[in-house]
Design a binder for this molecule. Sequence first.
Ligand SMILES: [Ca+2]
Ligand SMILES: [Ca+2]
Length: 381
Amino acid sequence: MFDSFVKRKGSKGLLPFIIGLVLVLLLSGCGSGKKADDNGGVPDPSQTDELQPSSGTESEERDEQPSSPDTVSEKGGESQPSSDTESKEKDELPPAEEPKETATEQTDDAADPDEGSATDDKGVKEEYYDGAPDFADFQPVDRFFIDYAFDIAHDEDSGSYTIHGAYDLDGDGKDDEINAVLTSYYTGSSTVEIDGSKLEHVFENFTGNVYLIDLDSRDSYIEIAFEDAGPSADYALELVRYDGTDARYLGSISRLSYLDGQGKYISWFYTSKEIRPTFFSAWEELTDGKWIMKKNPVIEQSVGKTYSVSGQAYFMPLDKMPGDMAEFFGYVDWNPDIMRMFDETEIKILNIYLDDTCLLNWFYIELADGERGLLYFWVGD
Ligand SMILES: [Ca+2]
Ligand SMILES: [Ca+2]
């Protein structure tokens, strides 16, 4: 999943890039500079308290977040987000001049009445709206799994999985036959066949877990979600929809994500993680069978507000606010010694640094005692 949004910026002509950049700066909450992280920056879901890939739906609380991995000290030296920010564009949001009132909830208020869209050099359309969904309407993806168990056989020798099921996927009242043979570890393409319609798909590292999920309660479809660990434990759900005629690949979503049950999802990478109340930099919307990323146009409203942070996070004391993302990354250090344990600690967000991945992780904050510094979480794997 993360790959899909780190790959968006190619290296075509400079002019379209600049035009796109200006559009993005004008219209979106996210900046548009160099991508922050070539490594994917993907946490291993198995290290989190919530939303574990193989976990059920035991937790019923709505606002639970995946915790920061607590094994960072073992990993601090590897897979660090790159700080080779050759781009000198302004990547950051404008700093807040004055602290404002304590944040309550993400609001739907429009910060900018403009709407628009831009198409990047891969043809991925990003749209911008004058409002954003309310995070309170989202729940962890597991809550949208349907209570159904496929017959799954695993051949240890070949590594392949044979999956069988029957469920009404298109909502016509009749069960649809589902047969899949999945190979893992790049050993070849896999086949998913639904009522005779075949779909070929290459799984990178199928985990053996497959679910039925209702991505959008407003339509009659029930989708199939194959869990794939990806090349480096960046877990995703590979989605397949059967529309009554064809089995179609519906893209993938991060395993650590939140859905509203009406075709919208927010990746954990877009969320404020251990900063509460949760806010987010972007969401994706299932539109005509494609996930369209939408940047949160009101994220700058979080700047200048007071939040609480819990758990382990990197904190790099720094009196002077970094002027841009490149400067921010110049200070970033993954040495576990600079981690702090927070416990509903009050912080004021003075700036947020974003690029076109919309990875929400780079904060300049002030603590209650006036100490200022960079705050960021472990998002690697
Ligand atoms: Ca059917
Ligand atoms: Ca549905």
